[in-house]
Design a protein. Structure first.
Lengths: 306, 622
């Protein structure tokens, strides 16, 4: 199918380039080694273009366009670092930084510096929500605050199983976990976005604990989470103890021994303990996704009783 | 699909309500879908019943219980987490048990200018706190929502009869009433299940009466009466012209969409017609939810057959055989009238497989919303019909190519469709006999606020704004107009110096404003600007779908900013706040996915330009 694809010519930042028909502007930029930041985009998921950090300026378009999903068209003239682009990226960073704990999102600090983002100008952060408070918010209603504090999604961690924790104070609502749980990988549909607007959140039905939901604990949501909101319990425990130390960690590629499929695993190990298991997103067998055994079934390595 | 279902059982009432909609479950299926191993097409065909099923539960028992939700999921093959995501998306669906009788009291800008605050105070004194007000104030206390019997509501589209309320009484025979002239006594009457007399309202035209030709005449609500008033002559003419001829006429008329975006209707129909051989759809966008807008409600209630006839013409012109009306949930009378009009039109062969005995097929399904402004955005509307959360989709592709169920779809506003009737029946030349060169024909405007005779007014394009307000009686008591909110909360303010603005698309564009959905909210010095701006900001915060960062968080930051200004507590000085607002507005305009975020700061920013100081319309609170 791809052999017969036509080539599209367009101009990005004053440079002419050609890409196969169907390519996105992001792919076209990557071909020119132009750096376009992304949060909600991932190579192994369908683009949802919700974070809007990847917006670029397209000549003739009323608004900026998301590079991650906008298809290249012949004759497009695109600017990736115009003043409008920079302002929108700065604001997206400030809006995220003031409402979500982005401390573990890779690149966030570097981008905030690059785009001169100052999340603190929206004021001091509002206090953390009580357990269940964000889940109790209802569409179309909110308690009117006085504007002194910046509303945010700070809330207690959800720890309801031994495999991974959900720290939604770090959730930027990128939809990646929902996609991985749904048609992009697992087809389990245990989680979805619930609520509306600023009160939108990732939820199981009736906000049930994961063990009571349809979750099969494949951990593919953890694998795609860009902010550390979803994290291996092992990693979370080590971080909470303040013992997380990347200089003492090794990263080892191996093949999962459980079945004959041959999934590649990447093990992150500290002090002889497996803290995180991933698979490369471009791996031909896994596309980055694993099952519960390959992802979490390593108790025997640690000599733990099941 | 690997579905795990909720274990709670539905009550008999819930089962019956769902079975009445979907048909009985197959024996021994434990409520599982009748079709097993659905193909994507079958799954899709069932999923579109998700919102109707949730509404059926809401109407029957007053909330979406876990047992009811589980039963709907089993019947439709929808994952419970996704159904929960849909149920919690809509403001009119309750996911906590509450009394069967519930009142939604409008406190939006138009009602606020006509006594909503007093009504809400009276409601609170009699029925206890509003369902939404306890949250956050006492985060550790149980939410008042469980026992509350009323909540504040965004605009109910009854601004001509403000203050307004929507009262729903769930049960075997649910009663839903939206009414103006709301008082505590009238709301209590409705909560008791009694019929409340409608309030009076104005319908008038300055020039030829076209869009409102039949509105106000009770005959128009029956098929025979509609025909006697000249109904279905446009359809006959369409058959004479042929599909191409109809599109030619519509193109020649320069008719553009009346929902707010002003896209050329003929071009839209041409684009859909091009997809020969594919299933095509016509969707009537009747999700009128822009605060201050009620013109579509008047057309739907007063002239339902005109909407059906126009949709049939659109279907004929585009090659679509399926029509959908997406009606906002807050319009129960329109729902009733449309449903009976559809039944009557089918019985008379005006809808169905062979319309008027010809080889033309077209039928219409009525779908109701459940309290979500965003579903008026065309792609969100499609998602809502399909049974998903009303989250807008990225464009391109546009609905004319990839629309409902991925198929080519023409989405038109109610008023646009009714205007097309005149274009087709009388021809483009006749249509253009009034109006301006750039904006031929007439337009409906919704006058509300501090005006003597609020109502729907039909005027030729080009009429000065001041003349329209004058025609509606001006400000009561002969007071001076201090400004107008034009085009809705997604429109702009027009200050006292610019009231001679001609009401046409080209003049509005040149003046940096928009006719939007036809809102003309009239202000005098009794209206305080900052609280009004804050209400607008709160509206956008509530109605953002939450999908994209600029809108989801930007609307919150905008409201926080307005809250500070309304308290006279600007942070770092007014200029710093204005700079912040300008940057927020720019980012929301440039980087939001859809029109909601793109226009969320439009009116608010314009207020700072149009009015000399923060408090020209009242006191600056400090």
């Amino acid at each position: 199918m791809s052999e017969s694809k036509r080539t599209i010519e367009l101009t990005i930042d004053g440079r002419k380039t050609s890409v196969p028909e169907g390519s996105t502007l992001l792919q076209a930029c990557q071909g020119l080694a132009i750096d376009v930041p992304t949060f909600c985009w991932a190579e192994n998921l369908t683009p949802v273009n919700v974070c809007r950090i990847c917006v670029v300026e397209l000549e003739g378009a009323r608004t900026l366009v998301p590079a991650c999903s906008r298809k290249a068209e012949a004759g497009m003239v695109v600017q990736t670092e115009s003043e409008r682009v920079k302002l929108s990226r700065k604001l997206v960073l400030e809006l995220l930084g003031s409402s979500v704990d982005m401390s573990l999102a890779s690149e966030f600090q570097a981008l905030a510096t690059k785009y001169d983002a100052h999340p603190e100008r929206f004021g001091p952060r509002a206090p953390r929500a009580a357990p269940g408070e964000r889940e109790a918010a209802r569409a179309g209603h909110h308690y009117a605050e006085d504007g002194e504090h910046a509303a945010n999604v700070a809330q207690p961690k959800k720890v309801d199983n031994e495999l991974f924790v959900r720290d939604y104070a770090k959730c930027m609502l990128c939809y990646k976990c929902v996609e991985a749980c749904g048609t992009d990988a697992q087809n389990t549909f245990a989680i979805a976005v619930a609520g509306r607007g600023f009160d939108a959140r990732i939820a199981t039905e009736l906000e049930a604990p994961l063990p009571d939901s349809a979750c099969v604990f494949c951990g593919n949501c953890v694998g795609v989470c860009p902010t550390g909101a979803l994290m291996f319990k092992a990693e979370s425990d080590v971080r909470e103890k303040g013992e997380w130390d990347e200089s003492r960690q090794t990263v080892t590629d191996t093949i999962c021994p459980y079945c004959g499929v041959g999934c590649q695993l990447t093990l992150r190990v500290q002090a002889n303990q497996i803290l995180r298991v991933t698979s490369p997103a471009d791996h031909s067998v896994t596309s980055g996704h694993l099952c519960i055994k390959g992802r979490f079934g390593w108790g025997f390595v640690q000599g733990k009783k099941p | 699909m690997d579905l795990e279902h909720l274990s709670q059982a539905p009550t008999d009432a819930e089962t019956r309500a769902i079975d009445a909609l979907l048909g009985p479950a197959a024996p021994d299926s434990h409520g599982a879908p009748v079709v097993h191993g659905p193909t994507p097409r079958e799954a899709r065909a069932r999923r579109t019943f998700l919102l109707p099923a949730l509404i059926a539960l809401q109407e029957r028992v007053g909330w979406i219980s876990p047992g009811g939700l589980g039963y709907v999921c089993r019947r439709l093959g929808v994952p419970p987490a996704e159904a929960w995501g849909v149920a919690t998306f809509y403001a009119l669906l309750a996911v906590e048990e509450r009394p069967a009788a519930f009142a939604h009291v409008c406190d939006d800008v138009a009602c606020a200018s006509r006594g909503a605050e007093e009504l809400c105070s009276a409601m609170e004194a009699r029925l206890g706190p509003c369902a939404s007000s306890a949250h956050r104030a006492e985060p550790h206390a149980p939410r008042a929502g469980h026992a509350a019997r009323w909540a504040k509501s965004p605009c109910l589209g009854l601004c001509d009869q403000a203050p307004a309320a929507l009262v729903t009484v769930a049960g075997e025979r649910p009663v839903e009433q939206a009414f103006g002239g709301a008082t505590l006594a009238r709301v209590e009457e409705a909560l008791a299940g009694k019929r409340v007399a409608p309030a009076s309202f104005a319908l008038a035209s300055l020039g030829p009466r076209r869009l409102l030709a039949r509105a106000g005449d009770a005959k128009a609500t029956t098929l025979d009466g509609y025909a006697a008033l000249g109904g279905y002559r446009a359809l006959e003419r369409a058959f004479e012209l042929g599909p191409e001829g109809v599109r030619k006429e519509v193109n020649a008329s320069k008719l553009v969409g009346r929902g707010g975006a002003a896209f050329p209707t003929g071009r839209k129909w041409d684009a859909v017609a091009r997809h020969v051989g594919k299933q095509r759809h016509v969707v009537c966008n009747a999700d009128e939810s822009e605060p201050g807008t009620f013109k579509d409600r008047v057309l739907l209630e007063q002239d339902p057959f005109a909407v059906l006839e126009a949709m049939t013409i659109a279907g004929f012109a585009t090659g679509a055989t399926k029509g959908w009306i997406y009606l906002r949930g807050e319009y129960p009378l329109a729902a009733e009238r449309l449903a009976s009009a559809i039944t009557a039109a089918r019985a008379a062969g005006k809808l169905g497989a062979r319309i008027g005995g010809r080889d033309v097929a077209f039928d219409v399904a009525l779908r109701r919303g459940a309290g979500a402004y965003i579903c008026g955005e065309e792609t969100a509307l499609l998602a809502s019909i399909e049974g998903f959360r009303g989250e807008p989709r990225t464009k391109p592709p546009f609905p004319v190519d990839v629309g409902l169920f991925g198929e080519p779809t023409a989405i038109n506003n109610v008023e646009t469709l009714v205007a097309a009737l005149d274009v087709v029946r009388d021809g483009a030349a006749s249509y253009a006999s009034v109006g301006t060169a750039g904006s031929p024909g007439t337009k409906l405007f919704c006058l509300s606020g501090r005006v003597a005779r609020p109502g729907v007014y039909e005027v030729p394009f080009g009429t000065p704004l001041s003349a329209l307000v004058e025609f509606a009686g001006g400000v009561p008591g002969g007071k001076a107009i201090t400004g107008v909110l034009l085009g809705g909360v997604a429109g702009t303010f027009v200050g006292p110096k610019r009231l001679d603005l001609a009401l046409s698309f080209e003049a509005a564009r040149a003046a940096g404003t928009t006719l939007g959905s036809g809102v003309v909210f009239v202000m005098d010095d009794s209206i305080e600007l900052l609280p009004m701006l804050r209400r607008i900001a709160a509206f956008f915060r509530d109605e953002s779908c939450g999908q994209c960062v600029p809108c989801r968080v930007g609307t919150v930051r905008q409201e926080e900013l307005l809250a500070r200004l309304a308290r006279g507590a600007a942070r770092g000085g007014l200029d710093v706040e204005k700079q912040l607002l300008a940057e927020l507005g720019q980012a929301m305009r440039d980087a939001s996915i859809c029109g909601l975020g793109q226009t969320a700061s439009s009116a608010i920013e314009s207020a700072f330009v149009e009015f000399d100081s923060l408090g020209p319309l009242g006191r600056k609170r400090s």
